[in-house]
Design a protein around this ligand. Structure first.
Ligand SMILES: Cc1cc2nc3c(=O)[nH]c(=O)nc-3n(C[C@H](O)[C@H](O)[C@H](O)COP(=O)(O)OP(=O)(O)OC[C@H]3O[C@@H](n4cnc5c(N)ncnc54)[C@H](O)[C@@H]3O)c2cc1C
Length: 480
């Protein structure tokens, strides 16, 4: 019998798993897909929001500001790409400026530190490539950019190292209540558990429905993006937002944690929960909006267009707490933006929720972060030479854009607690395929390494989720 079963391996499930792994409890995490961090967590803006946006006195405001502090600390401990670049909300007229004052006041109420209202001249000194039509900005120095899936993976790896069991390809389909506990059917197995944490993102209302506790609805809202090559990194220095609207935080132009430039998202309500296609209209809207911020974006430098899906609920705040309709069933639902930022604070908060539900949690004596894997590109020449002497596979460059070596790919396969099985799984852990060629050169090599490592035929290795096969068989061979 598990004490706690977490449903969903996104950044919220991973953060909850990491904080729970500090206590003496038997805990597992069930994820429907073949890897973690491949729901909403993999396709978003990657901004660590400062916290001036949420309404004061909401859970969202509290967890946003706390999460922003925690991520800065965790980024160092977990060795993940993070840059504290600050953010600017820019104004174009008096109405926008009134809005900046409102955000500033809200930020003060929420406990955001160091904000400044900047006039046009100071703003253009700091961000010389913005439109000359700007009139001022709200600057928040605590805002940052982070690689979202690396944050999720690192927290999940920490949880796994400290005893949380992860089950991939384990879609929860049935939950039965038996003698005050639950029997959860997932991936052909039954998991008996005392508590359930529902962190299933876009499907969290469906999971609540399985225990007869659906008192909220999730609606998917799509956001589309351009990701520009690092050659465009001169355009902006910090995260540049326009004033938020009813629909969301608007189109931003921002550096990423890796040094690319990201432009987007739009907001398309009432989408299918799994439709992450991009469209010409969506992307044209994004580029037209971004042109108000700066006219200097060259979309020939676009290396990837993608879309993510927000899990919007019919409630104004995050839905976090024990369900009023089912004891020991804890929802972590409706986690739209700033959910990525808030995730570690959500992890901390769920511990409080569990204690309030009567779970006695005793801290473990031995708890540690996993050892970081080598990142060859970041080593000095002497360290690179030493690494190659120890293992000649560090001398075999697989991804030329990001200088990722075969040694690092094998580290990801051999030394991860949650093992990647797909090309994108390797990309998320090593950065191979994330450069200008987007896997055009290294994809074939990574595919070969995966076939060899798992001892499987080429057609069994997937690009990403189920069904994303790369090759169907040898030319001339019959499939009969
Ligand atoms: C366009 C966009 C931009 C955003 N930008 C930002 C930003 O800049 N900063 C910020 O802080 N936040 C941002 N967010 C919000 C942030 O991405 C989310 O709040 C966060 O990723 C939610 O994580 P999650 O773990 O709740 O959900 P998910 O990452 O979706 O994880 C849920 C997991 O549950 C699994 N699951 C579902 N059903 C089942 C089942 N039946 N059985 C087992 N597993 C199941 C899914 O496969 C998935 O892996 C943005 C979101 C979007 C869409």
């Amino acid at each position: 019998m598990y004490d706690i079963t977490i449903i969903g391996g996104g950044v919220c499930g991973a953060a909850i798993a990491m904080y729970l792994s500090k206590y003496d409890v038997k805990c597992c995490l069930l994820e429907k897909d073949n890897d973690i961090a491949i729901g909403t967590t993999r396709a978003n803006s990657g901004i660590v929001h400062a916290g001036y946006d949420p309404e004061p006195d909401t859970l969202m405001a509290r967890l946003n500001v706390r999460g922003c502090e925690l991520i800065e600390h965790l980024a160092e401990k977990l060795n993940i790409p993070y840059r504290k670049v600050g953010s600017m909300v820019i104004a174009f007229d008096a109405k926008d400026e009134a809005h900046l004052h409102k955000l500033y006041e809200r930020g003060i109420a929420n406990g955001v530190r160091g904000m400044e209202l900047l006039g046009k001249d100071t703003l253009l000194e700091r961000e010389p490539n913005l439109s000359p039509n700007v009139t001022g900005a709200l600057y928040a120095p605590s805002a940052a950019v982070v690689n979202p899936w690396r944050l999720c993976l690192a927290m999940a790896e920490t949880a796994a190292k400290n005893g949380v069991e992860f089950f991939l390809n384990s879609e929860v389909t049935i939950i039965e209540k038996i003698n005050g506990a639950f029997a959860v059917t997932a991936g052909g197995k039954v998991f008996d558990t005392r508590y359930i944490i529902n962190a299933a993102g876009l499907y969290s209302d469906k999971i609540a429905e399985l225990v007869g506790a659906k008192d909220f609805e999730i609606h998917a809202s799509k956001g589309q993006y351009y990701l520009l090559d690092k050659t465009s990194d001169w355009i902006v220095n910090s995260v540049i937002f326009q004033c938020p609207t009813e629909k969301g935080k608007g189109v931003l132009v921002s550096p990423t944690a890796e040094g690319n430039i990201i432009v987007g998202p739009n907001a398309e309500s009432d989408n299918e929960r799994d439709d992450v296609s991009t469209t010409r209209e969506g992307l044209e809207f994004v580029s037209a909006e971004a042109a108000k911020t700066t006219k200097l974006i060259d979309y020939r430098e676009n290396i990837r267009s993608f879309a993510g899906l927000r899990a919007n609920s019919d409630k104004r705040d995050f839905i976090i707490g024990e369900s009023a309709l089912c004891r020991h069933f804890i929802n972590v639902a409706g986690i739209k933006s700033p959910g990525l930022t808030s995730s570690p604070a959500i992890g901390e908060y769920v511990i409080e929720v569990l204690e309030d539900c009567g779970l006695i949690l005793t801290e473990k004596e031995n708890w540690e972060y996993p050892e970081p894997h080598i990142c060859f590109a970041e080593l000095s020449n002497e360290q690179k030479a030493e690494a190659c002497r120890r293992n000649k596979l560090y001398g075999n460059v697989v991804c030329r854009c990001n200088l990722v070596t075969e040694g690092e790919i094998l580290d990801a396969l051999e030394n991860s607690y949650i093992k990647p099985t797909t090309l994108d799984g390797i990309k998320r852990r090593t950065g191979s395929g994330m450069g200008r060629c987007q896997g055009g050169f290294c994809g074939v090599k990574v595919h070969e390494i995966l076939c060899k490592y798992y001892g499987v035929p080429a057609e069994e290795v997937l690009w990403d989720k189920d069904g994303s096969y790369i090759v169907a068989g040898k030319v001339g061979e019959s499939n009969d």
